[in-house]
Design a protein around this ligand. Structure first.
Ligand SMILES: [Zn+2]
Length: 343
C-alpha cells in the first residue's frame, strides 16, 4: 500500500516560474533553469521509484533513530561522504551541523509531543544529505533520505537554514507509514498539508513558540537576502506568502471558494493548513497537533477533505473526553473546517 513519492520543498509552480523569469530577464541560464532540469530528472526517478517500491518495499527495521549526515560535495549524487553520525562532534561544514540539529529537532518533536519513534515509529535512522548538486534551489525527501541543496543565493539560500524544511519533508515519511495518502487531488493536498502542519510544529517546538506568537510561514528562512520577507507558503493567510517577479504570485486558495479542481497538492493544501491554524489559535499548537496526528493514523490513501473534517472531529472528541485536549476541541475543529467551506 505504501507509495513513495519525492516531495520537493519548492513546489513545481514556483520552480517553473523561476525558470521562466530568469530566462526572460536574460540572466545567465542560471540556477533556476538548472533546478528545473534537475527537478524534471528527479520526477522521472520518482516515477521509477514509485513503480519499484510497490514490489520492493520492505518492512521497517527497528533502530535507534540515529542521525547520519552526508556531504554530497556538490555532485548530483547521494550519500557521497558520511561526515557526521549520531553523537559525533560538530564538523567544519556549518550546513552539515544545521542538518544534524534540524533532524534532531524533528525527531524530538515527534517523540516528546506525539510519542512517535522516528519516521516509521520503530526508530528508523534519519539520513540527511547536504551540498547536493550545484546551486540547487530545492530540497526533498526521496523515501530514504532528506536532501538539501545550497540554493543559488538569488532566490533561495542553503535549505538547511530553516527547520521547516526537514520538519515538512520528514513528515512525508510519517504519512507514508500511516495514512499513506495518495499524492493527487484531495488526498495529495491533505498529504502536503500534514507536512506543513507538523513542519510548522517542529519550528514552534525548536523555537519555543506557541500558535499566537508563530509567524505561520513556511520556508521564510531559506529566502535569499534579496527576497527578505517572502516565504513559500502562509498557513494563516494562504495566497499571501510571496508576490515578486522571480517567484510569481502565491496562488494558494484559502477556502473552498477558490479550490482548484485537479490542482497540484501544493495549491489546495492551503485550505487544510488554515483549518489547523484556526484550531491551533484556540487550543494551542501542540494540542491541535495531537488531534491531527491521531487523524493521520485513522485516515486512508484516498481520503477527501470531508473525511479529514470528520476524522479530525472524532479524534478531537475522543482526546477531549480523555482530557488530552480542551473540552471545546470538537467545536473548535468543526468551526475551523466550516470557516474554510469544507463542512
Ligand atoms: Zn511536501
Amino acid at each position: 500500500m505504501s507509495r513513495r513519492h519525492i516531495c520537493f520543498f519548492v513546489p513545481p509552480h514556483i520552480v517553473d516560474h523561476m525558470a521562466k523569469a530568469t530566462a526572460a530577464d536574460g540572466l545567465e541560464p542560471g540556477a533556476a533553469q538548472r533546478t528545473a532540469v534537475a527537478s524534471d530528472k528527479l520526477r522521472q526517478q520518482r516515477r521509477y521509484a514509485t513503480n519499484a517500491s510497490l514490489a520492493t518495499l520492505t518492512p521497517p527495521q527497528p533502530g535507534k533513530a540515529d542521525r547520519q549526515v552526508y556531504d554530497d560535495k556538490n555532485q548530483w549524487d547521494y550519500d557521497v561522504q558520511l561526515v557526521r553520525g549520531e553523537g559525533d562532534q560538530p564538523v567544519a561544514g556549518a550546513n552539515a551541523n544545521a542538518a544534524y540539529d534540524a533532524l534532531g529537532a524533528t525527531r524530538s518533536f515527534y517523540k516528546e509531543v506525539l510519542g512517535r519513534d522516528s519516521i516509521d515509529n520503530v526508530g528508523s535512522t534519519l539520513v540527511a544529505d547536504v551540498n547536493f548538486g550545484e546551486l540547487y534551489d530545492n530540497a526533498f525527501w526521496d523515501g530514504q533520505r532528506m536532501v538539501f541543496g545550497n540554493g543559488d543565493n538569488i532566490i533561495f539560500k542553503d535549505f538547511t537554514g530553516d527547520v521547516d524544511v526537514p520538519g515538512h519533508e520528514l513528515t512525508h515519511g510519517v504519512t507514508q507509514y500511516t495514512a499513506g495518502l495518495q499524492y493527487t487531488d484531495q488526498p495529495g493536498a491533505l498529504n502536503e498539508a500534514f507536512s506543513d502542519i507538523f513542519g510548522s510544529c517542529v519550528d514552534m517546538y525548536a523555537n519555543n513558540r506557541d500558535a499566537g506568537e508563530h509567524n505561520w510561514l513556511i520556508g521564510e528562512d531559506v529566502m535569499a537576502d534579496g527576497l527578505y520577507g517572502e516565504a513559500i507558503r502562509s498557513m494563516s493567510h494562504p495566497g499571501t506568502a510571496y508576490d515578486n517577479s522571480l517567484m510569481g504570485h502565491d496562488p494558494q486558495p484559502d477556502s473552498m471558494a477558490g479550490y482548484v479542481p485537479g490542482g497540484d497538492p501544493h495549491l489546495n493544501s492551503g485550505i487544510i493548513n488554515r483549518t489547523f491554524y484556526l484550531t491551533a489559535l484556540d487550543l494551542g499548537a501542540f494540542p491541535a497537533a495531537k488531534i491531527w496526528y491521531a487523524a493521520l493514523q485513522n485516515l486512508w490513501p484516498t481520503a477527501q477533505f470531508a473525511d479529514a473534517a470528520h476524522v479530525c472531529g472524532e479524534m478531537a472528541r475522543i482526546l477531549a473526553r480523555d482530557g488530552v485536549v480542551a473540552r471545546q476541541a470538537p467545536q473548535t475543529v468543526r468551526a475551523a473546517f466550516h470557516e474554510v467551506g469544507i463542512v
